[in-house]
Ligand binder design. Structure first.
Ligand code: AMP
Ligand code: MG
Length: 425
């Protein structure tokens, strides 16, 4: 769907304040400009892991294909069973998974049956083996071993009916989907092509791993966290290295990134002082809005388009890069990948194990560790120094405590919102 709203319209809206944009507002504004990739590839199901289905998938089969036993036991006719006394039945054969019983049950008959084996004709119920005792003639069933006809029997098509829609387009393919596709005998599926993401770091002070550091220089870590986060989302990555704060070099890098990728992500250069000339050159290349998000960390953020590519200009501080990625970029990339079920990282409630300091005014994402509580439930404590340059606070954390803008200091025991990061980080 082509959107008719432009970034200029956004910047003219009454409630739009680029110097203090609420987190939710930034998220919904970005959403308005995202249209998913449309190119489709046909791939083997193994290669479809972490991709997104581009078509609905219908079941070519009933699953299971036959009525079968849910457990090891005896296939019987419910009508034969005495609910008050033991019932003696004749053993007339066996049904194994993959090797069905060829005959048919009549009154007084039982067939030894195993999990997944086809229900013999004439049988309607399975008695679990623990409720039956083998006898010289066959089997004795304990009274009340089953309470209704059809017990312990799986019905053909009870999981999936032939022709029914198993997956809608936009479904991400995870291990469960791989297994289900295989269970239907489907070996190939149509998926959207992978999203191409180009990224680079900006800053005169940055050196790459492997280079010596001169006075005042630091190693570029953002490209590595970005690599990790993008890899987790199964993006095709174009790592463009470090670009110094030289307008001509930056302009070249932006132009070449936008020409070769769906999304361009940069870190650094969007804070006050540096943003001005970046702004100027991006205005020539595209349409970009610079925001100060009312959040901590991660205040400066740029979003827009450069040529045909989406652009996210993340702050330079290493923690800010990760927070803004998880809060804004992650769900935007999922939408662009064609996923139908995209939501921000989910939140749930936990209790503070220690008091927490916060100034009202901005949404804060404090790095924290969530553990089982002493009295049930979950408790959370922050990882200590919350400076936006302290990447070890991210490494020690397994969650963010998300504190709404108007919240102030909180006492131990207070209930807070928590975003679980394991699996994301
Ligand atoms: P900036 O937003 O460019 O002003 O950067 C803010 C802070 O983050 C400065 O201390 C930078 O040195 C630091 N920084 C910027 N980019 C990176 C990077 N790629 N890796 C590590 N630190 C960075
Ligand atoms: Mg910089």
């Amino acid at each position: 769907m082509e959107t008719t709203r432009t970034l200029r319209d956004v910047s003219c809206a009454d409630d739009y304040d680029p110097d203090s944009l609420p987190v939710d507002r930034a998220r919904t504004l970005i959403r308005e400009f995202l249209s998913p990739v449309s190119a489709v590839e046909r791939v083997h199901i193994r290669a479809a892991l972490d991709r997104v289905l581009a078509d609905d998938v219908e079941s070519p089969l009933d699953v299971p294909g036959h009525d079968n036993s849910a457990m090891d036991g005896w296939a019987v006719r419910f009508a034969d069973l005495d609910s008050q006394a033991e019932t003696n039945l004749r053993r007339i054969g066996e049904s194994f998974a993959g090797k069905p019983f060829a005959g048919e049950l009549h009154a007084g008959d039982a067939v030894r049956i195993f999990t997944g084996a086809v229900m013999p004709r004439g049988a309607d119920t399975v008695v679990m083996q623990e409720r039956a005792r083998e006898t010289p003639q066959g089997v004795a069933i304990a009274p009340g071993a089953v309470t209704k006809a059809g017990q312990n029997r799986r019905f053909a098509g009870e999981d999936l009916k032939r022709g029914s829609v198993v997956f809608r387009k936009g479904q991400p393919v995870r291990p469960a989907e791989l297994g289900m596709l295989a269970s239907l005998g489907i070996g190939e599926v149509n998926v959207y092509r992978r999203l191409r993401v180009a990224f680079f770091s900006t800053g005169d002070e940055l050196r790459s791993v492997g280079q010596p550091l001169a006075a005042g220089e630091i190693y570029d870590s953002n490209r590595y966290t970005l690599h990790g986060m993008l890899k987790r989302l199964n993006c095709e990555m174009l790592d463009m290295g470090v670009v110094p704060d030289v307008p001509e070099l930056l302009e070249k890098a932006f132009a070449s990134a936008a020409a070769s990728a769906d999304v361009v992500i940069t870190s650094g250069g969007v804070s006050v002082g540096e943003a001005d000339y970046v702004k100027g050159l991006l205005d020539r290349l595209g349409e970009v809005l610079f925001w100060k998000i009312a959040m901590k960390p991660g205040r400066p953020l740029a979003y827009g388009r450069i040529g045909g590519a989406h652009f996210f200009g993340l702050p330079g501080n290493p923690v800010s890069v990760m927070v803004t990625f998880y809060e804004f970029v992650r769900d935007a990339l999922l939408v662009l990948q064609g996923r139908a079920d995209v939501a921000p990282v989910p939140m749930f409630k936990a209790r503070l194990a220690v008091p927490l300091r916060k100034m009202p005014g901005r949404t804060e994402f404090q790095r924290a560790v969530l553990t089982p509580g002493d009295v049930g439930g979950w408790q959370v404590r922050t990882t200590g120094d919350q400076g936006s340059g302290i990447l070890s606070s991210m490494s020690r954390a397994n969650c963010f405590v998300v504190l709404p803008a108007d919240t102030g200091n909180l006492d131990a025991g207070a209930e807070v919102d928590v975003q679980w990061l394991e699996g994301l980080i």
